[in-house]
Design a protein around this ligand. Sequence first.
Ligand SMILES: Nc1nc2c(ncn2[C@@H]2O[C@H](COP(=O)(O)OP(=O)(O)O)[C@@H](O)[C@H]2O)c(=O)[nH]1
Ligand SMILES: [Mg+2]
Length: 350
Amino acid sequence: MQVGFLGAEASGKTTLFELLSNTQGAFLSPDKANTAAVDVPDERVDKLSALYKPKKTIYAKITFVDINRLSPGDRDNNNKSLNHLKLMDALAIVINGYTPGQDEKAMTNELDFCLSELILSDLDQVERKLERLKKPQKANTLAGVPEKEVFEKLSATLEENTFLSALELTPDIWKELNSYSFLTRQPMFVVVNLSEEASASQPTGLQALEAAAAKRGLPVVRMYAKLEKDLQELPTDEREVFAQEYNLPLDGKNTFVKQAYATAGLISFLTVGEDEVRAWTLKAGSPVREAAGVIHNDLMDHFVRAEVIHCDRLLECGSEQEATKRGWMRSEKKEYPVQDGDVLHILSSK
Ligand SMILES: Nc1nc2c(ncn2[C@@H]2O[C@H](COP(=O)(O)OP(=O)(O)O)[C@@H](O)[C@H]2O)c(=O)[nH]1
Ligand SMILES: [Mg+2]
């Protein structure tokens, strides 16, 4: 799972990157991005690991990519920076909500600026292609439709300030366009980076930003990146006392990761045993045979059936034996749509 951050100067991207990845961000340029892969915090894995006491406990992985700031009017550099985000599972648009004077209007403008940079970046690519199509050449088609017609549709959509995710083309055509990795086809959400001062009280003035985001179907998450990062430097017990006393949120990391999974349309499933307790990432709605393929291709190719129990139920009854006794272990065929938090045993014929 990969999440990329974008935003205007000093919106707090690098602070957020450092908080979430527990690493130090480097000085960036359009050619350089910060990348770090870390374990996905997951209470279910912790609890299952405490139950099974396996030799290895493996968490799902999440990669964060932090790019250089986007600057108004600097299309070339903005494109270069945004190129690092072409293959993400989700984009997080980071908005400065911490600087004094950064009111509703300023935050909404910042969001609009970021969204138009994404649109312009896709449009640049589409226009370059349309330019190339002007030269006399063999007329190519995409899934049977003339290339020119498809690219003119893409261009018209972007010119209307609309994301390509809102454009209806056949799945076959989108497949043929895959190599372009258009940014406005990616799932995204908005992170508003709030100040230490705003944390104690309910921050106000986010309605306009939330409404602007909602128009694009984008959820908004509130984070206190700097505050949470500063608190991280305290010993755990002190941190908790401090957080309680001042009513400070400390779950930003979890909130962020949950939103990233939801936005990307990904879920986690688990495998358990004496050797290993492990979390895996899967596209939501996938049949269990595909989950088997995430573990190992052979398990998919020689799939017979899966034994399934939700981790909450397994934790409730304390063992698979007890779960079987209570009739809570289910046997599922290859089409079964895996649910977030399912514990799977895949049975294969090989
Ligand atoms: N006071 C305060 N400073 C912040 C906050 N978030 C970021 N900063 C500071 O603002 C500056 C720019 O933040 P940075 O994360 O580098 O922004 P970027 O340009 O989006 O990567 C840094 O000095 C941060 O320490 C915040 O919530 N409160
Ligand atoms: Mg930065």
